[in-house]
Design a protein around this ligand. Structure first.
Ligand code: SF4
Ligand code: SF4
Length: 215
């Protein structure tokens, strides 16, 4: 018995009888078929997927994507669906946080935005005084404007994963990361969570995730 439900561009098949046209020999799987060409409103689609999948275990799903050739959009859709399939709020927030951080790390790595040479980034290269380790500095004394290296910087590397710092680019870099352009954040986070993401500089991953969970 194959039960097929079609809701807009989402088809959910709850049982595979071996004769189905999408038989991939994955017994007892729930197939989520998404045609990227038909998506006009990703937020609405995700809302429908969350509603239609809430009674199933995440492990039950197999995702079938008909691509439109736009790899970035495909990745956005897949990550938004993965977030929809998370079992609870904590798992979902952690998934979103880590996925966005990985995306930002990869963007900085492949584009070499900060262009560090001998620990000096491109924005600080023309400063009179040599400033190492880019913008990983905090104000120590507000009155004297004294800056010190962020305590989370260990062995010249950030010891945590601070999404707010990762989203920041100074005036020397043209590329700006806006929350509205990152579907995982734009779709899943409310205005207060977005404010937390924007303002939690110099904070650990755990601190920011806690704030997102219990604001
Ligand atoms: S964002 Fe700007 S100041 Fe910060 S490390 Fe990169 S180039 Fe340097
Ligand atoms: S938390 Fe931010 S400022 Fe501190 S080390 Fe990490 S990236 Fe640098």
């Amino acid at each position: 018995m194959v039960k097929t439900e079609t809701k807009n561009n989402v088809i959910i098949i709850t049982k595979n009888d071996g004769n189905s046209v999408i038989d991939l020999n994955l017994k007892d799987k729930v197939y989520l078929m998404i045609d990227l060409n038909n998506i006009t409103n990703l937020k609405k689609l995700i809302k429908k997927i969350r509603k239609n999948t809430k009674d199933y275990e995440k492990e039950k799903f197999a995702l079938l994507i008909k691509s439109n050739g736009d790899k970035e959009f495909e990745n956005d859709v897949i990550s938004c669906i993965n977030a929809a399939l998370c079992k609870n709020r904590k798992e979902r927030i952690e998934y979103i946080y880590d996925t966005v951080c990985s995306y930002l790390d990869e963007e900085f790595r492949k584009n070499n935005y900060c262009d560090f040479k001998n620990d000096v980034c491109k924005a600080k290269r023309n400063c009179k005084e040599v400033v190492k380790m880019g913008c990983c500095h905090k104000v120590k004394n507000l009155l004297k404007g004294k800056l010190v290296e962020c305590p989370l910087l260990k062995n010249k590397t950030c010891s945590t994963s601070c999404i707010t710092c990762k989203l920041f680019t100074c005036d020397a870099i043209d590329r700006k990361f806006k929350l509205k352009d990152i579907p995982l954040i734009n779709i899943y986070f409310d205005p207060i969570q977005k404010f937390i993401i924007k303002t939690s500089f110099f904070a650990t991953r755990e601190t920011i995730i806690n704030r997102l969970l219990h604001w």
